[in-house]
Each structure stands twice: as C-alpha cells, then as structure tokens.
Design a protein around this ligand. Structure first.
Ligand code: CP
Ligand code: NVA
Length: 307
C-alpha cells in the first residue's frame, strides 16, 4: 500500500473508464486462471474485513471465496455481533477496523455511512450495496455481457421495474461504459432525478415497458421490494404489476437480447416462472462473475497495477 490516500470503490464513478475496463478484462483472465487451477496467491498475508448490516448470499460468498483463492483471508463482521450494531460511531469503527485489515467491504443501508467509513479509513473501501448503489454487481453484469456479446459500448440496455440501487448503478454504468439506457419504472418509483438529469445524454425514461425494450440488447430487472422495504411488498406488487419481465416482453427486444437479474429473484413477480430458464437469461453467469469481477477489483485496489 502506498502512503497516499487509498482509492475506494463506492460508486462506478470512483474509477475511470479505462480502469473499469481493465477490471472487466482482468476478471475474464482470473476466471480462466481459476479454471486451469493455476495457483495464484498475490494476497498472502492480506485480510479483507467484510461488514454486513443487510443479508447476503452472493456478495458474502464471492468476497470470502475470492480472498481465500488469492491467498488472503476474510473476516465476516455482522452488525448483530459487533459494536457497530450497538451504536459505536462509524467513524471510530473505520479508524479501528482499517488499522487492522488491508481492505474493507461494507453492505449497509445509508450510502453516507459508506462515505463516512471511507473518509476515515486508511485502506480501500468497497461498497457492497447501499440503499443507493450496488456497483460490484455492475462489474459482474458488464463482464457477463462482454463474455456473451462483446463490448457493451454503444449498445442499448433497458431497465424494467424499480428505480432502485441497481437502477442507479446502471445509470452510472451507462456513463462509464458508454451505452444507452432506457428506464421503465412506474410513477412513484422513478430513479433519482438529479442522476437522470446529469446523464440525460445516455439515459431516457420510457415508462411503458413494451416501448422501452424495443431494440434493446440487454433487459434487466430486480426485486420490486429491496432490503429494508419488506413492509411495502404488497403495495409495490400492485404498482409494478405491468412491469414483469417475461418471454413475451423479451420478444420485443433485439433478437440477440440477453436478460439479467442480480438475484435473488421472485418468480411470478418481477420475472415470470418461465423467464428464469429462458435461453436468453444469463442470471447464473452474472452470479458467478461476482467472484471473478471482485477478485479483479481487489487486485486493482490492493496491488495498484499501472492501468
Ligand atoms: N446480487 C446480490 O448482491 O446478491 P446477495 O444479496 O445474495 O449478496
Ligand atoms: N435491490 C436489491 C438488490 C439485492 C442484491 C436490494 O437492495 O435488496
């Protein structure tokens, strides 16, 4: 680690397009290295602290397994079992934890919590999902698109459903990876207006899902009720009923279109039962690529390659 301030990955805007594309290509290489079973352990003696204030399957397993595969170790810190859950300030936690580990990932509610942690951390901090953004998922999603269809630059992506943390990260991805993004959300569930306005050259709101998917090379959705919105499930299901992704909707997109969902998915709600196993769905490739993309991200942050 150099003496300068650490680089963080709180949103996709923290890295420039060349750096992001380096991570995507490196993720593809690391996937091959794993298939060949070639030992590669650059993280020997390095430790990742993983702070979780929300549930997770993919994020926890991919970070923990990724660190182990690269020769390092990971410590799982749940807010239920640490002093964070008993009210110790995030700033104090950041100073203490970052004095003992080499890199930190955080999954929490408020995005400002992650920003505050990073501001007081002496090691790189990765946003592993906040209410506002989920940038690690986008690395895996772009990797998956590149593997199946080549560069995403200049392509058209359509987001269907809630204007949530994933949608916001797709808006940032449109800017950084240079693709067009159509967004179909019902009234009351639109993404952040400022983020939309800043990216108006690449992102447009088309509220009718059937219109929005026309010509699209990638269709993406997510749960209608994110973590922390469990009490709103019933009301949301009613508001979103015309926003399900199913094979009939996909048939209106480009014939080569792919379907993505960060998972977990709720069959019969945001996706139909048959969409899950539709040949256009690459949801399990996306899930696996969390492993490879985050290994590449940690290499970038810890080993500071010249990009
Ligand atoms: N997609 C994703 O972040 O999954 P988990 O909530 O299981 O980590
Ligand atoms: N939007 C979802 C993503 C889960 C990975 C949530 O925040 O719960």
């Amino acid at each position: 680690m150099s003496n300068s301030s650490p680089r963080h990955f709180l949103t996709l805007l923290d890295l420039n397009p060349s750096e992001l594309n380096w991570i995507i290509q490196r993720a593809i290489e690391l996937k091959k290295i794993r298939t060949l079973k070639t030992p590669y352990e650059p993280f020997r003696n390095l430790v990742l602290g993983m702070i979780f204030e929300k549930s997770s399957t993919r994020t926890r397993v991919s970070f923990e397994a990724g660190m182990a595969q690269l020769g390092g170790q990971a410590i799982f810190l749940s807010s239920n079992d640490t002093q964070l859950g008993r009210g110790e300030p995030i700033t104090d936690s950041a100073r203490v934890i970052s004095s003992m580990v080499d890199i930190v990932m955080i999954r929490t509610f408020s995005h400002t919590q992650v920003e505050e942690f990073a501001a007081h951390s002496r090691v790189p901090v990765i946003n592993a999902l906040t209410d506002d953004y989920h940038p690690c998922q986008l690395l895996a999603d772009v990797q998956t698109f590149v593997e199946h269809r080549g560069s995403i630059k200049g392509k058209t992506v359509t987001w269907i459903g809630d204007g949530n943390n994933m949608c916001h990260s797709f808006i940032n991805a449109a800017r950084q990876f240079d693709f067009k993004l159509n967004i179909a959300c019902p009234d009351g569930y639109l993404p952040n207006a400022q983020l939309m306005a800043i990216n108006a050259n690449r992102v447009q709101l088309i509220q009718d899902p059937k219109q929005a998917v026309i010509g699209s090379h990638l269709v993406v959705t997510d749960t209608w009720a994110s973590m922390g919105q469990e009490d709103e499930k019933k009301a949301r299901s009613a508001s979103f009923e015309n926003y399900q992704v199913n094979p009939a909707l996909m048939n209106l997109a480009d014939p080569e279109a792919l379907f993505m969902h960060c998972l977990p998915a709720y069959r019969g709600l945001e996706i139909s039962h048959d969409m899950f196993n539709d040949p256009r769905s690459v949801v399990f490739d996306e899930a696996e690529n969390r492993l490879h993309a985050q290994k590449a991200l940690m290499e970038f942050l810890l080993l500071e390659p010249k990009v």
